[in-house]
Design a protein around this ligand. Structure first.
Ligand code: NAD
Length: 259
């Protein structure tokens, strides 16, 4: 089975790659940095391929999709793990806020570009989605940027897309679930200043990337359901605003040219 893991060169993604490679799956690791990606695949066990690409821009996502198409006749599992928690507002070359681009638009576009190859998709989301607002008039450009809420907005967008992709793919038998991996000690959200210092201290008490990988791997290898959200291993019913979900979808489609 071929499993593609975005952002697989470090943190939870790396631990996911390691677990899957040890289990005998063919792993394709997507990394934005060639050297860091190559360093990761050198030490990973088993059959691991590297695809290099930056998921910040639509052009970067398209390059990744093309390369995946070239080397994978089928992708049994696509794990959208790459994620960003920025401390300040940065716009991408496409004019959208960076974490909105990587956390939400990149998975949205990859899902469309690869859908005929897919068996299953696992979206690494975050429990913080519940604090998000996903206002289509403001979120894409990161207007009113907030160091916590903006990230939460992007993760809410992931969750809003779940039932829509689940329905879209029903007949094709492609499934999609999302998971909050737990509070995990990785480089996510690292920053300077007093907040960075506090975070560094707090992270000592957080779980390891291997522990964060566990629920992601479990979902990657399971194929019983679709459209579900898991808080670690527990399924949480999600109440979604259908109308908002459709607007967020339409906007992602207009921005990326997919859908
Ligand atoms: N660490 C936690 O407590 C926690 C909690 C909830 C959700 N998550 C989610 O788990 C996922 C993995 O995060 P992590 O904690 O391992 O953090 P991390 O920072 O260690 O890993 C993030 C990965 O995403 C990659 N990435 C970022 N921007 C990219 C881009 N433009 N193109 C390609 N790759 C890019 C990074 O290179 C890295 O490999 C993220 O989606 C994150 O939001 C983490």
């Amino acid at each position: 089975m071929t499993v593609v893991v975005t952002g697989g060169n470090r943190g939870i993604g790396y631990a996911v790659c390691e677990r899957l490679a040890r289990a005998g799956e063919r792993v394709v690791l997507v990394s934005r940095d060639r050297e860091r990606g190559a360093a990761a695949i050198r030490v990973l066990p088993g059959e691991v391929d590297l695809v290099v690409g930056d998921l910040t821009t639509f052009a970067g996502v398209r390059i990744v999709a093309e390369e995946l198409r070239r080397i994978c006749p089928r992708i049994e599992v696509l794990v959208h793990n790459a994620g960003l928690w920025p401390s300040r507002r940065v716009l991408t070359a496409d004019g959208v806020e960076e974490s909105f681009a990587v956390n939400h638009l990149a998975p949205f576009l990859l899902n469309h570009l690869l859908e005929d190859l897919l068996g299953r998709v696992v979206q690494v989301s975050a429990g913080l989605y519940a604090k998000g607002k996903a206002d289509p008039a403001r979120t894409p450009q990161g207007l009113d940027f907030h160091p916590i809420r903006t990230y939460a907005d992007t993760k809410l967008c992931n969750v809003l897309m779940l039932p829509l992709f689940a329905r879209r793919w029903e007949d094709a038998g492609v499934t999609i679930d999302a998971v909050h991996p737990g509070v995990i000690r990785t480089g996510l959200g690292d920053r300077g200043g007093p907040v960075g210092l506090l975070l560094k201290v707090a992270k000592r008490f957080w779980l390891t990337p291997e522990q964060g990988a566990e629920p992601v791997v479990r979902l990657a290898l399971e194929d019983k359901g679709t459209g579900r959200f898991f808080n670690v291993n527990q399924e949480i019913p999600i109440e979604l605003d259908e109308e908002l979900a459709r607007r967020v979808w339409a906007q992602a489609a207009a921005l990326t040219g997919a859908g």
